[in-house]
Design a binder for this molecule. Structure first.
Ligand SMILES: NC(=O)c1ccc[n+]([C@@H]2O[C@H](COP(=O)([O-])OP(=O)(O)OC[C@H]3O[C@@H](n4cnc5c(N)ncnc54)[C@H](OP(=O)(O)O)[C@@H]3O)[C@@H](O)[C@H]2O)c1
Length: 343
């Protein structure tokens, strides 16, 4: 079978399209022939060698990829709820960029009727991240005011939709004008186009008293101002740092990375307590053993898909052997919705 293998960290040329033996199905696992594979910003960080869980828990060589959809071709005798031929989607702790994935039964789910393999493949990571942020870290209530950075992206778009499902007032921020329509279609109440208007004066106009929740994966470029624009009792959820990283060329500039790291604000808990504002942060890839969180989230998310409360984001497909182009696109910061790979 074919899979993408990384033997050395670096640019697009490090994504090798190779032949490997098809994995053997392990205990309590199913073997899935993949039909589509989700691409996430984290996969780019894996390629660069700066993704902590990949370095600590896997090392090199590594096949990136956290999510996939496909058909079960084999099940271990201890698997209870799935059989050969089932249409499934699910999560894998790396190894997703492959024609076959062996995954534990607990990490796969039946694809709801009317959902395509392409839609299903790009769903879990973005929506689980958004769900974890909004429902497993804070107490989200109706009419709360939420501000979502990069609202047309994979996670950003999911945050907009889940915020609306809860009845919140959602403002989405986009980096380019062409992303506005996508965020509108997801139900945002307000959109700030930071390429055309001043982000923070518009945010202040929309919510003069500040926001109850701000979701920021930019890192140093907006984190300090995001914190300042919280209302008392507000929560800043910081779940990524992509503004530290390059948008083109595919290679890291370590000097720039260090400067941007040093520019990342540090917060003082003594001042935070006086202003009643908090910061929350997490990385889902270190929570792969938390079955309780996964099952709770997927159960709600699948029921929202079935009740048509969630719409699938726009999808841009690339063949598996053109993974370099998929990374180049996502890295550019220009994409909307999800990028997927087709084996
Ligand atoms: N903590 C976790 O467990 C977890 C889980 C999943 C994802 N994440 C993080 O969530 C973020 C979004 O991930 P995603 O896969 O859904 O990607 P995405 O949002 O589809 O794409 C990234 C978006 O970020 C913005 N951006 C700003 N500066 C950028 C830069 N230097 N390079 C590239 N993009 C830049 C761009 O939107 P605008 O220009 O419109 O802002 C771009 O479209 C990433 O930072 C990722 O690491 C974290």
């Amino acid at each position: 079978m074919k899979k993408i293998n990384i033997k050395k960290y670096g640019g697009y040329d490090k994504l090798l399209f190779e032949d490997h033996p098809t994995p053997k199905v392990q205990s309590k696992h199913v073997l899935v022939k993949t039909k589509a594979i989700g691409v996430n910003y984290a996969d780019i960080c894996v390629r660069w060698g700066i993704y902590e869980s990949a370095k600590q828990l896997v090392g090199l060589p590594i096949t990136p990829g956290f999510e996939f959809s496909g058909e079960i071709v084999e099940t271990d005798s201890e698997v209870k709820n799935f059989k050969k031929g089932d249409r499934v989607f699910g999560l894998t702790f790396f190894g997703g960029y492959s024609e076959f994935v062996s995954a534990p039964e607990s990490q796969i789910f039946p694809i709801p009727d009317e959902v395509s393999f392409e839609e299903a493949a790009g769903f879990p990571v973005a929506f689980l991240t958004a769900y974890h942020a909004l429902f497993q870290n804070i107490i989200l209530k109706r009419n709360m005011k939420i501000l979502v950075h990069s609202a047309a992206g994979g996670v950003g778009g999911a945050l907009v939709q889940l915020g609306k499902i809860k009845g919140c007032h959602v403002t989405g921020i986009v980096g380019t004008t062409k992303k506005i329509e996508t965020v509108k279609s997801l139900g945002a109440d307000h959109i700030i186009d930071k390429s055309k208007e001043d982000l923070w004066s518009k945010a202040k106009k929309i919510s003069p008293e500040g926001f109850d929740v701000i979701l920021d994966a930019n890192g140093f470029s907006t984190l300090r101002k995001s914190y300042l624009h919280l209302a008392p009792t507000g929560k800043l959820i910081s779940y990524g740092f992509h503004s530290m990283l390059p948008k083109k060329g595919g290679k890291l500039n370590y000097f720039r990375l260090l400067i941007n790291y040093l520019k990342t604000p540090r917060f003082n808990p003594i001042n935070m307590s006086s202003s009643n504002k908090s910061i929350i942060t997490f990385n889902l890839s270190f929570l792969f053993n938390r079955q309780d969180l996964l099952q709770e989230a997927m159960s709600d998310l699948i029921s929202w898909i079935e009740n048509k409360k969630i719409i699938f984001p726009p999808i841009q497909p690339f063949p598996l052997n053109k993974v370099d182009l998929a990374h180049k696109n996502l890295e550019s910061g220009e994409t909307v919705g999800k990028i997927i790979l087709l084996p």
